[in-house]
Design a protein around this ligand. Structure first.
Ligand code: UN1
Length: 509
């Protein structure tokens, strides 16, 4: 059943049995980087094959993106926005198919697959508006007859490296904003999810070609060790936006930093939620369920640590164990399913060795942790009682494991909350204004995202998305994140006919 549904969708999205993995305006017919098979993590047959890009194909893609940039940067921003508007429309037309392909190739449930495409549509709308609002400030000059202001120019080619867990949305946060800013974009998607990238490229190609702008968006599917490294070293890539593990981010920062290129890093999270005694338990359980079990715990925003105040801890624990027992695990395309498979065997192994570590360090598994005996990478989500001192808590295990801990006082909870290397998302559940504002104050959460009475995952695109510490410091999507894709130019115009110097300096013969 899965396969037949899959084949129709693949066909409509322009995916063949064997696909080119490199597009430089046009798809390169036979890229040289060897074959990659994309399989369905739900355990059905392989979906399709991709011929990966080799270094020569990368060169062709990068050269084309650079050449296209020379012209694209001169097109007025609102006209660039009009093309992004059309891409948004095309995404609307393909929302169901693309959402289904995301579910097929990544294993997230259909509702989340569609949600991801909706996120692309939302950012397209945002980018269209932004294309008329790339504002600079004007300043008061200290010199008479002088005008000072700043303006924003396109930066160059933007390299986007994306992860398997949000195979299409994260590209769009970067690419659609970068494009209205006047940059061209080269995308290196995860090798776990090449088909969704090819489908998105096909959607973009239709719009770009109709407008005479082939090559604004391009894609290279290839190995990190070859294509990825070339991209990091490539000076034409003025900014590299990378999403993935902290280890990957350190490498990106090092190589791009060596050439003083810009980076936008969105790396691991280790997100905690603090639940105060005065919280609404119903709200907590619903939010935690979505945040910890959604996308099978494979979001960088997933809830990993739950800090419960003593008076409410038992009740939340009881309710969660009951709720976890009712989670339907299975075929992501079945509307009744709440949790699909993990992405691959390595993810299952990482989860299982994480569970061993939790037990060894004195944690107690309250629920779950078995692998389901059926094809595919299906596991039960886990609730584990933990102590804040357990070393395993310092690390992001990319799987549905939720640690429960008990605390007395808010200050203690905030200290535990911040005592991890990562700093992406955070939340508190409370009905107390004082607790909420303490959490949001400078002595509260140290994360890039802080929420009250909602979970850590499922952010809207309108805000700037990203985090501090080992999460990498980058910001993508809404607010003024667009500034990372442009260069700022400070301008002083002297219309006075005199030459007064700043700081009152006299310098005359
Ligand atoms: C990610 O997991 O890399 O806030 C991104 C969220 C989504 C994006 C997650 N909008 O959960």
């Amino acid at each position: 059943m899965l396969l037949s549904t899959g084949e129709d969708v693949l066909d409509r999205l322009g995916i063949r049995k064997v696909n080119s993995g490199a597009c430089a305006g046009d798809w390169i017919p036979v890229p040289s980087g060897g074959e990659l098979i994309s399989s369905n993590p739900s355990g059905e047959s392989p979906l399709a094959a991709v011929r990966m890009a080799g270094e020569d194909d990368y060169e062709q893609v990068a050269a084309n993106a650079w050449e296209t940039f020379q012209r694209w940067r001169l097109l007025p921003a609102p006209k660039r926005g009009e093309i992004i508007r059309q891409i948004g429309d095309e995404l609307r037309r393909n929302k169901d198919d693309l959402g289904r392909l995301v579910a097929l190739e990544n294993g997230k449930i259909l509702a989340e697959g569609r949600g991801e495409v909706q996120e692309m549509i939302d950012i397209a709308d945002f980018a269209v508006g932004l294309s008329r609002q790339l504002y600079g400030l004007s300043m008061q000059s200290e010199r008479p007859g002088h005008r000072m202001y700043e303006q924003w120019h396109p930066l160059g080619v933007c390299g986007v490296i994306s992860a398997f867990n949000f195979p299409v949305a994260v590209w769009s946060w970067n690419a659609l904003i970068a494009a209205v800013c006047g940059d061209t974009v080269v995308w290196k998607p995860s090798s776990q999810t090449p088909l969704t990238a090819i489908a998105v490229q096909n959607i973009c190609n239709r719009v770009l070609e109709a407008n005479g702008w082939k090559g604004v968006f391009s894609v290279v599917i290839g190995r990190g060790s070859t294509v990825g490294e070339r991209m990091l070293e490539d000076r034409r890539m003025a900014v590299i936006s990378a999403t993935g593990s902290c280890a990957m981010g350190y490498r990106v920062a090092e190589v791009v930093g060596r050439r003083l290129g810009k980076t936008i890093l969105e790396l691991g999270g280790n997100n905690a939620v603090i639940v105060m005694d005065d919280a609404d338990p119903e709200l907590v359980v619903r939010a935690v369920l979505f945040g910890a079990v959604g996308t099978a715990g494979q979001r960088c925003t997933s809830i990993r640590r739950l800090l419960l105040q003593k008076g409410i801890a038992r009740e939340i624990e009881r309710r969660l164990v009951r709720a976890y027992g009712q989670i339907r695990i299975g075929d992501p395309l079945d509307p009744a399913t709440l949790m699909g498979p993990l992405i691959n065997q390595a993810a299952v192994d990482e989860m299982m060795s994480g569970l061993d570590e939790i037990r060894r360090q004195g944690g107690e598994i309250l629920y779950g942790g078995r692998r389901l005996s059926r094809p595919g990478y299906f596991v039960e989500p886990v609730l584990a009682r933990a102590q804040p001192s357990m070393p395993v808590l310092q690390r992001e295990i990319f799987a549905p494991i939720l640690y429960l801990m008990e605390f007395d006082q808010l200050d203690q909870a905030i200290a535990w909350h911040n005592d991890v290397p990562q700093g992406l998302g955070s939340a508190m559940f409370t009905s107390s204004l004082r607790s909420a504002e303490t959490f949001l104050s400078a002595r509260g959460s140290d994360c890039g995202i802080a929420n009250i009475n909602i979970g850590t995952s499922g952010a809207e695109i309108g805000g700037a998305f990203g985090g501090e510490k080992d999460t990498g410091g980058g910001r993508e999507a809404g607010s003024d994140a667009w500034k990372s894709y442009m260069r700022r130019q400070t301008v002083t115009v002297n219309w006075s006919g005199e030459l007064p110097l700043a700081q009152g300096i006299a310098f005359e013969l």
